[in-house]
Design a protein around this ligand. Structure first.
Ligand code: AMP
Length: 189
């Protein structure tokens, strides 16, 4: 099974590229942000619990995310690949993911990071706020989401570099050019 993590700050284009990669290789796209937003809009107990946290740009608790991922894996035993988009976001989540995969004789195959500078990220996120009306794309919340990224998520780069499974792709340019670069990294693996 190919277990791909699409890594990068908010606004780097992970969602867009994850959909295309999943389609090309026939893998399962897992966006924890989409899963959580669906819970919020359906008003489930989980959704009610995470709504306020998401709206301020904070991270939802590791325990909840790990629980969600366990059920994703258990319910998708037949797939031959995963594209993880937005998970893991903390060191604890990364370690738990490794344990969870190891239980099934699996491991993270590759971490592909989209590299985009901060000015471009803020510009993209503000645009997305206008286009999609996401509640967590206001300027203040965007700043907080980037702070969360730097504080909690960026340290994962070192974690995966040490495992020799981390590669960066420049994430500014046409969607198709970036996609082609990602595909060649996957194919080289
Ligand atoms: P995203 O669409 O990936 O930017 O996620 C939107 C929001 O969902 C984040 O700002 C967090 O509040 C929450 N979220 C998504 N994935 C995670 C995760 N792996 N760990 C913690 N919170 C998450």
């Amino acid at each position: 099974m190919f277990n791909l993590i699409l890594f990068g700050p908010p606004g780097a284009g992970k969602g867009t590229q994850a959909v295309k990669i999943a389609e090309k290789f026939g893998w399962k796209h897992v966006s924890t942000g989409d899963i959580l937003r669906a819970e919020v809009s359906s008003g489930t107990p989980l959704g009610l619990k995470v709504k306020a946290v998401m709206e301020t740009g904070q991270l939802v608790s590791d325990d909840l995310l790990i629980e969600i991922m366990e059920s994703v894996f258990v319910n998708n035993k037949d797939v031959n690949g995963f594209v993880l988009d937005g998970f893991p976001r903390t060191l604890n989540q990364a370690q738990e993911l490794d344990l969870m995969l190891a239980k099934h004789g699996e491991s993270v195959t590759l971490v592909l990071a989209l590299e985009v500078d901060e000015t471009e990220l803020v510009k993209r996120l503000l645009n997305r706020a206008q286009e999609q009306g996401r509640k967590d794309d206001t300027e203040e919340v965007i700043k907080n989401r980037l702070v969360q990224y730097h504080h909690h998520t960026k340290p994962l780069i070192e974690y995966y570099q040490e495992k020799n499974i981390y590669t960066e792709v420049y994430g500014v340019g046409s969607i198709d050019d970036i996609f082609n670069q990602l595909v060649s990294q996957i194919s080289a693996d």
